[in-house]
Design a protein around this ligand. Structure first.
Ligand SMILES: Nc1ncnc2c1ncn2[C@@H]1O[C@H](COP(=O)(O)OP(=O)(O)O)[C@@H](O)[C@H]1O
Ligand SMILES: [Mg+2]
Length: 228
C-alpha cells in the first residue's frame, strides 16, 4: 500500500501541492482528477522521489521514499510501472526494443528470454506482432499501448498512469480504459491514474480525488461536486 502524507510542493511562489494526503490500498486504483496545470504530473513525480518535495513523505509499504537510500529508492521504483504523459517512447528504437529496455537494464534475462517476454507483453496490450515497428508509424493510441507494455515489463506491484487517454479518439480511449481495467483484474495491480477526463476517471477509479489549487478532496458524488 502507498500512503501519501502531508505532501507539499511549491515552485517559487506557485503552490502546487498543499498538504496533500491520501492512501492507495492494495488492489485499488485511485484516480486523481484535475484540470490541466493543477499539479497531477508533479504529484506523480513527487511520489516517486523524482522531484524533491518541500514537506511530507510518500510511504511504500511503510518505507518513505523521501528518506530512502539510493539502493532502497531503486528497489521501490522497480516496483512501479510508470506510463508517462505522452508515452516517452524512444523514436530511434522499435517497439520491441522500447519494451525490452527495462528488462535489459534491470534483469539478467537472456536475449531469447527478453524476446519472449516482449512478445507476451505485446499480446497483453493487444499489439501482438508489432515488435519491429517504429513509434513514428504508430497512432497515438497504439503508442500508449506500447508504453503500458513497457511499464509492465518488470512485473510491477504498482502502476502509475499519467493522462492515459488524453488526446485519443473515443474508440482508442475505450480500448485504453478496458486495458487499465483488465490489467487491474488480471494482476490485481494497485496504482494511480491522473487525468483531466471525467469519464476515464469514473470508468477506472475505485476512489476518485479532485486536485484543485493544491488541495486534494475525495469525491463522493462526482457530477455534483464537479459542476457545483
Ligand atoms: N520543474 C518545474 N519548475 C517550475 N514549475 C513547474 C515545474 N513543473 C511543473 N511546474 C508547474 O507546476 C504546475 C503543475 O504542473 P503539472 O503537474 O505538470 O500539471 P498537470 O500535470 O496537472 O497538467 C504548473 O503550473 C507548472 O507550470
Ligand atoms: Mg501532467
Amino acid at each position: 500500500m502507498i500512503r501519501i502524507e502531508s505532501l507539499s510542493k511549491t515552485f517559487d511562489s506557485l503552490v502546487v501541492l498543499d498538504d496533500v494526503s491520501f492512501c492507495i490500498d492494495d488492489g485499488n486504483l485511485v484516480v486523481v482528477l484535475g484540470p490541466s496545470g493543477t499539479g497531477k504530473s508533479v504529484l506523480l513525480k513527487s511520489m516517486l522521489g523524482l522531484l524533491p518535495v518541500d514537506n511530507g513523505e510518500v510511504l511504500f509499504d511503510g518505507k518513505s521514499i523521501q528518506k530512502a537510500s539510493d539502493s532502497e529508492t531503486y528497489n521501490i521504483r522497480k516496483q512501479v510501472g510508470f506510463v508517462f504523459q505522452g508515452t516517452a517512447l524512444f523514436d530511434s528504437m522499435n517497439v520491441g526494443e522500447n519494451i525490452a529496455l527495462p528488462l535489459r537494464e534491470h534483469t539478467t534475462l537472456s536475449s531469447k528470454a527478453i524476446r519472449e517476454r516482449v512478445c507476451s507483453l505485446l499480446e497483453v496490450v493487444g499489439m501482438e506482432g508489432k515488435a519491429k515497428m517504429y513509434p513514428q508509424l504508430l497512432s497515438g493510441g497504439m503508442k500508449r499501448l506500447v508504453a503500458v507494455a513497457r511499464a509492465l515489463a518488470l512485473d510491477p506491484k504498482y502502476l502509475f498512469y499519467d493522462e492515459p487517454t488524453t488526446g485519443l479518439d473515443p474508440i482508442m480511449t475505450d480500448k485504453v480504459v478496458d486495458l487499465v481495467q483488465n490489467l487491474k483484474k488480471k494482476y490485481t495491480n494497485s496504482g494511480i491514474v491522473v487525468t483531466h477526463d471525467l469519464s476515464t476517471a469514473k470508468a477506472v477509479g475505485d476512489q476518485i480525488y479532485m486536485l484543485k489549487k493544491g488541495k486534494i478532496a475525495k469525491l463522493a458524488k462526482i457530477e455534483k461536486e464537479l459542476y457545483d
